[in-house]
Design a protein around this ligand. Structure first.
Ligand code: MEV
Length: 328
């Protein structure tokens, strides 16, 4: 039996634009998905999932059993999570040259599903890591990242960047531009996260931005402007000027809002954080619902978010310098 875990992430800058080759800076956070894998004697797959929604649920499938009647997150999200695990298992079978390998898999996650914190990338990355090791193969981190990206591409129908999976595999702050992914230095970043209890449909949101970009030159310019914010943001990050980083996060949120991927609850949390004195705040991930990330070294933002209509949970998140790893 092997247990692997991988971190979730927030986007300091650059989601959506990264899909079109602009750079992005995701940062791993200390909220992890943990995947336990045990080889079976037959070629079937049994998956047991817990806490994927923060509230928790149980699903068993592939052996013909039905969803647990207590399932309390939307079935489409659960199906999506299972799609990522299926794709991860295929990658592990391929890497280990064991096309008929069967597994019992348990997923536990502290990362809400579809909420912009990279839950699917963390589950996929940890799943590939654990399943390959269970088959006796130790892949280099870069190959785990590459295979997790291929799995995400398959599930998301060809529209995915390497950002989420690379960040989950390596941990820390990373810079992604097309196929070029690398770790970068980052100062202490006082992240505060607000979660509206909901989720966005990444595929639909990415398709919406693609359509806007094709229809309007100014939407294409907006995507490029996000890239400009990221390029400048990288210099600011290297200088460790977190006040300027905050201003750039505000700018980045405005551009994402213009591309139609924010929502009322995300905007409410973004403004509550700014009113509370956060240095900056923006949605993180695909948007449509889910999480915002703010920069605030004080407790004010977390407290203000706790009282913000539409915010279900607010918490501080440290940068996680550890990527995918075996849990002892
Ligand atoms: C989703 O977490 C981030 C997006 O940029 C999509 C992607 O990069 O694959 C919206």
């Amino acid at each position: 039996m092997v247990v692997s875990s991988a971190p979730g992430k927030v986007y300091l800058f650059g989601e959506h634009a990264v899909v079109y080759g602009e750079p992005a800076v995701p940062c791993a956070i200390e909220r992890r998905a943990r995947v336990t894998v045990e080889a079976r004697d037959d070629d079937s797959l049994r998956v047991h999932a817990e806490d994927l929604s923060l509230d928790g649920f149980t699903v068993e499938y592939s052996d013909g059993s039905d969803d647990d009647p207590d399932v309390d997150v939307s079935e489409s999200l659960v199906d999506a999570a299972m799609g990522y695990i299926d794709a991860a298992v295929e990658q592990a079978r391929d890497a280990a040259n064991a096309p008929d390998a069967g597994f019992d898999i348990t997923i536990e996650s502290e990362i809400p599903l579809g909420a912009g914190l990279g839950s699917s990338a963390a589950v996929t990355t940890a799943g590939i890591h654990a399943a390959t090791r269970e088959l006796g193969v130790e892949l280099p981190t870069e190959e785990v990242a590459e295979r997790a990206y291929q799995a995400e591409l398959e599930v998301q129908g060809g529209d995915a960047s390497r950002a989420d999976t690379f960040c989950s595999a390596t941990g820390g702050a990373v810079r992604v531009e097309g196929d070029d992914c690398r770790a970068i230095e980052a100062p202490d970043l006082p992240f505060v996260i607000g979660f509206d209890g909901g989720a966005g449909d990444t595929g639909r949101l990415v398709a919406g931005v693609r359509a806007l970009r094709e229809e309007y030159d100014f939407a294409a310019d907006t995507v490029e402007s996000i890239g400009d914010v990221v390029r400048y943001g990288e210099q600011v990050l290297a200088e460790g000027d977190i006040e300027e980083l905050g201003r750039l996060m505000n700018f980045n949120h405005g551009l994402l809002e213009a591309l139609g991927v924010s929502s009322r609850s995300l905007d409410q949390m973004v403004w509550a954080a700014r009113d509370a004195g956060a240095l900056g705040s923006k949605l993180t991930g695909a948007g449509g619902g889910g999480c915002i990330v703010a920069l605030d070294p004080t407790d004010s933002t977390e407290t203000a978010l706790d009282y913000t209509p539409g915010c279900e949970d607010a918490f501080r998140a440290e940068l996680d310098t550890d990527g995918v790893r075996v849990e002892e």
